[in-house]
Design a protein around this ligand. Structure first.
Ligand SMILES: Nc1ncnc2c1ncn2[C@@H]1O[C@H](COP(=O)(O)OP(=O)(O)O)[C@@H](O)[C@H]1O
Ligand SMILES: [Mg+2]
Length: 296
């Protein structure tokens, strides 16, 4: 298998290396991996060729993408531009979308996920109708990729007893907050009582959630998702989940339930998945590189 190179796609506005990729970029340097940085703004503005201008043409390198969330179309643009230069990205565009958009992966995970409905577009009647199929609230609402969880009560959580007006207010606020990054349509899910870590913020109790990294079908790293919480002691129930997705690099976030058991909260492409605070970047990169032709 080819040696792995890393393609960081980081926001360049005010760039000083201080963003969510800083920690792992340091580790990648320390490990002396071949790594390059491109400007996220150009990729998002559909100018991937310009973004790649300063990256030396490698002739057959395989790049691990680590960067901002791109739409399927933006990722495809970058993928093609990388190919034109004689290199490739580990994850192809169909695989990228397959682990990013809820309607793409939910059918393969319905048995281990909260009951879920989705719509296309921003029509509130459609969204309400879809939500009603879940029974009574509480519900959680997001677009096909992201929630506005930082605005929990305003734009994410629909409490028990919510009226149609309440629903419309939250859905409208989500559209406003996501602006032109609103992805495709609404996703509405039945809200389940997650087990908690015992720590709470002003908005909510921090749930016992975990991010699992899968590389070529294998669970290679995991960590509590939040800054608080203990690591999973038994990963056996989750290892087989890796075979449900056709992508070489993706993450699955799972949460423990208050009533016992667990659910899949969401999937993400591995390249855009943030490394939880508690996950040592060495651990992840050693696992990826060690399985890609260079020993560590
Ligand atoms: N169905 C659900 N029931 C209870 N809590 C949920 C549910 N779905 C998501 N959450 C909580 O909301 C958070 C944000 O949801 P998530 O789907 O991960 O959105 P995002 O894409 O913005 O990360 C999750 O980390 C989890 O704590
Ligand atoms: Mg999430």
């Amino acid at each position: 298998m080819d040696e792995l190179s890393v393609l960081f796609c980081r926001p360049m506005a005010g760039y000083a290396g201080h963003d969510r990729f800083e920690r792992e970029a340091d580790v990648v340097d320390w490990m002396e991996l071949d790594a390059h940085v491109i400007g996220a703004e150009l990729v998002v503005e559909d100018e991937p060729e310009r973004a790649l201008e300063d990256v030396p043409e490698g002739g057959g390198r395989t790049f691990l993408y680590r960067g901002v969330i791109l739409s399927e179309e933006q990722y495809e643009g970058l993928y093609e531009a990388v190919l034109d230069r004689g290199d490739t990205l580990v994850v192809d565009p169909a695989q990228y979308a397959g682990a990013l958009y809820v309607p793409e992966y939910h059918p393969s995970f319905a048995d281990v996920s909260p009951p879920t409905r989705w719509t296309f577009g921003t029509d509130l009647d459609d969204a309400w109708e879809a939500a009603r199929e879940l029974g009574e609230p509480p519900w959680l609402i997001k677009d096909h990729v992201k929630s506005a969880k930082e605005h929990w009560h305003e734009a994410c959580y629909i409490p028990a007893g919510a009226s149609r007006d309440d629903f419309d207010r939250v859905a409208t606020r989500l559209i406003e907050l996501h602006g032109d990054r609103f992805e495709r349509g609404f996703v509405i899910r039945k809200f389940l009582q997650l087990a908690t870590t015992g720590v709470r913020t002003v908005d909510r109790r921090i749930p016992d959630e975990h991010r699992l990294f899968f590389w070529r079908g294998e669970l290679v790293a995991h960590s509590p998702y939040h800054e608080v919480g203990e690591p999973l002691t038994d990963t056996a129930p989750f290892e087989a989940l890796g075979t449900r997705v056709d992508s070489p690099f993706f993450t699955i976030d799972i949460a423990l339930l208050e009533r016992g058991g667990w659910v899949v909260v969401e999937l993400n492409d591995g390249g855009i998945s943030g490394l939880p605070e508690q996950l040592d970047p060495h651990e992840l990169y050693r696992a990826l590189v060690g399985r890609s032709g260079r020993g560590y």
